[in-house]
Design a protein around this ligand. Structure first.
Ligand code: ATR
Length: 283
């Protein structure tokens, strides 16, 4: 690495931030592309987000990725908001214009569909209902992305049904909340996506019963630690195709890199293999 005063800078902001894989991805791409750029991680105390962003106005950094817990604040801090960030109710990308402006985007939905395209070739989000586990911020982004891609119906299954009802009400007719015990919840499903943040420890809820899902359904888990989650293992045991969360992380980073550094990341750079080795997972 050869940093100079001309080096183009970007980074990721969150709390906690030390486990973020974004610097690994972006710096690997920068190196492979031979670009004079660097990508850093910023751990920010709660309450400091707005001041941090305002201090960067004018282009000290080309842009930042935003992760938990600042994604909603990121939307509020921006002067311009893309349609998809508005629909997701959150931003994971802020770009700083030379005029002092801040533009917000959300590339998480693009990352989700990228993961399906990579690991379940031929899958079409418009081919049938999406069954979505969870009703928080991650779930909201997934609903927005699938509706935008033509998904005919989204069924929300959440521990707290009222929260799923609230989320459904934001989106209109194609989205509804179901009881987690509804025997027909999975019938005819094209996709089953886990957007719940339930931990994976001994107190974690058991994976869903996938016996009511068609064997053509594709199951995806946004979690990538570990890569093969209990959710994906249960889906595979049912004979379903599975998609892991690591390609969603990579898929959301591709358009962010393009926005920060002015060109798409080099396709030849094997960032997935690099991250898998880092996580101690077999490629
Ligand atoms: P995120 O922004 O990651 O989506 P969030 O907005 O806090 O985080 O949402 C977390 C989601 O995971 C919620 O749907 C939550 O269910 P509740 O609405 O019932 O809280 C779900 N979740 C978290 N822990 C869970 C658990 N142990 N069992 C089932 N669902 C859980």
């Amino acid at each position: 690495m050869n940093l100079t005063a001309a080096t183009r800078l970007a980074g990721v902001v969150g709390n906690p931030i030390s486990h973020s894989l974004s610097p690994i991805l972006h710096n690997a791409w920068l190196e492979a592309a031979g670009l004079d750029g660097a990508y850093l991680a910023f751990g920010l105390a709660p309450g400091r987000f707005r001041a941090f962003v305002d201090g960067l106005r004018g282009g000290t950094l080309a842009g930042i990725n935003v992760t938990l817990p600042f994604k909603t604040e990121a939307l509020a801090a921006a002067d311009r908001v893309s349609a998809r960030a508005h629909a997701a109710g959150a931003a994971n990308v802020l770009v700083f214009g030379p005029d002092g402006s801040v533009s917000a985007d959300n590339t998480d939905g693009e990352g989700l569909l990228y993961a399906f395209a990579r690991q379940a070739p031929g899958f079409r989000p418009d081919s049938g209902p999406l069954v979505l586990y969870g009703a928080g911020g991650a779930a909201r982004g997934a609903v927005a992305a699938f509706l935008e891609a033509g998904c005919p119906e989204v069924r929300l299954l959440n521990r707290t049904r009222a929260r799923a009802e609230d989320l459904a009400a934001r989106f209109g007719d194609r989205v509804r909340a179901l009881n987690t015990t509804d025997p027909d919840a999975l019938s005819g499903a094209a996709a089953l996506v886990n957007a719940s943040s339930a931990g994976l420890g001994p107190d974690a809820p058991p994976p869903p019963d996938f016996s009511g899902a068609p064997t053509t359904a594709v199951a995806m888990d946004m979690t990538y630690r570990p890569l093969r989650t209990p959710f994906l293992k249960a889906a595979a045991a049912r004979g379903l195709r599975t998609v892991d969360g690591l390609d969603m992380l990579i898929g959301q980073a591709i358009p962010a890199f393009t926005a920060f550094f002015g060109q798409p990341p080099p396709a030849a750079a094997d960032v997935r293999g690099r991250v898998l080795r880092l996580l101690g997972e077999a490629p």
